[in-house]
Design a protein around this ligand. Sequence first.
Ligand code: UD1
Ligand code: CA
Length: 452
Amino acid sequence: MNKAIEVCILAAGKGTRMKSSKPKVLHPIAGRPMLRHLVSTVQSLGINNVHVVVGSGADEVKKSFQNDDIDFVLQLEQKGTGHAVMQALPHLDESKRVLILLGDAPLLKAETIEKMLKCECDLGVLTVIQANPFNYGRIIRQHDQIIEIVEEKDAGDEQRQISEVNTGVMIADVKKLSRWLDRITPENSQGELLLTDIVKMANSDGDVVKGIVAADPIEVQGVNDFEQLSQLERYYQTTIAKQLMQGGVHLMDPNRIDVRGDLKVGADSTIDINCIFEGNVSLGSNVRVGANCKIIDSTIADNVEIKPNSIIEGASLEAGCSVGPFVRLRPGAQLGQDVAIGNFVEVKKTTLGKGSKASHLSYLGDAIIGAGVNIGAGTITCNYDGVNKHITEIQDDVFVGSNTALVAPVVVGQGSTIAAGSTITKQIDADSLAIGRGRQKNLSNWKGPRSK
Ligand code: UD1
Ligand code: CA
C-alpha cells in the first residue's frame, strides 16, 4: 500500500459541451464511468486515499460510487481548478504529497503515475507535446525548472507558439501546496482561481518545479464532448484488442470488437466481427464466436461454438456446446457438456444435461432438463400461470415431440416420449408414451367449397 500519497480528483465542473443531464465524469468509456477508470488505476498502485471534488451533479456521482471508499469533497460554486483543490486541502495530510488528477481525463496510465511519484521535486507537472496546443495552458521553462503555466486566454502571441502544454495532472507537497494556494488570486482573463498559478508561487518561494512529459497525448486527452469521448473509447478498445491478440486470440478484425468489462480468452479461440462483451466474460480455449454476438457475464468452456447473432447473458456453457445462430440465453441458462441449442431458442433459468438438444424455435424457462434429451421444434415450457413461475422437470433420455406445450409444474419421467403437438399437464412415468392431443379424424369423399 502506498500510504505516503493522497489523490485529489477534480470533478466538479459542469461539462457544458456534453449537453447532457448526466454529470460528465459518469459518462462511460468501455462501459465504465470515466471516474471509475481513474479510481481503478490509482487503486491498482495501492493508493487508497482518494478525494474527489464534486459540484455539478454531486449527488449522482456520489451515488454511483457509494460502495467505494472515497472521500467526496463538495465545491459548491465552480470558481476554478485552484479553488477546487482548496476545498480538498483540509482533508489532506500535511505530511504527505498529493497527486492531482482531472476527472475528465480518464485514461492516464499507471506507469505515468509511477513516473510522477518518482519526481524529485516540490511540484511536478505532467506535460505533453501537442501539435495543436490551442486552449491548453502553455509550459514556460527555464531548463529543467518550469517557471510558469500561462492559460490560452492570458498568453501572448509568442507563448501561444509553445507546444508543451499542461495536462492538468500534478504532484505536490501538501504543506507547500497550501502555502502556494493561499496566494493565488482571480486576476486573470477567466476571473477564476487557477491551479496553474501555483507554479509562479512555488518559483517565488525558491521551490523546485519539474515537468514530466507524457509519452502519448491520447493518454492525457480530456473529454469535453461526445466526439472526444468516442475518440477515447476507440483508443481504449484498440488497446484491449491488441492485448487480446498478443494473448493469442484470433480477432477477425480488431476494429470491430467492443469489450465493456473484463474478457478472458483461452488459447486458439476466434472472435468474428461485431461482437460485444459486457461485464465478466470468460471464454475457454478453442472457442469460436460468430459475428454479431453479444455476451454478458457468462462463462464459456473449451471447444464451444457460438454461431452468429446470439445473445448470451448470465449463462454458463460447458465444453463442446454449440449454440446459435439466433439464440438467446438468459440468466440462469446452464448448458452441460455437448449441449446443442439451435436457432430461435430462448433459454432462461434452465439446466440442460450432457448432450441434450433443442434445435429450433423453443422457449425453455424454469426447467430442469436431464442428459440425452431431445426437445422438438416449437416446444414451450408454460412456466407462468399469471402469478407464479413453476418448474418443468424433464428427466434423462426423454424425446419431446415437436410443438409440445409443457404446463408446469410437471415431471416427464426418464426415457419417455411425448407425441408431437401434445399439451402435457400431468406427470409422465418413466418409459411411457404420452399423447395429449385431439385424435385425427378423416372424412372420406369430402367435397369442400372450390372456386371455379
Ligand atoms: C485545465 C488547465 C490547463 C490544462 C487543461 C488540460 C487550469 C487553470 N487549466 O484547463 O492548463 O491545459 O486543464 O485539459 O487548471 N474543475 C473543478 N472545479 C472548478 C473548475 C474545474 O472541479 O471550479 C474540474 C473540472 O471538472 C475538470 C477539471 O477541473 O475535471 C479541469 O477543468 P477545466 O475547466 O476543464 O480546465 P481547462 O480550462 O480545460
Ligand atoms: Ca478541460
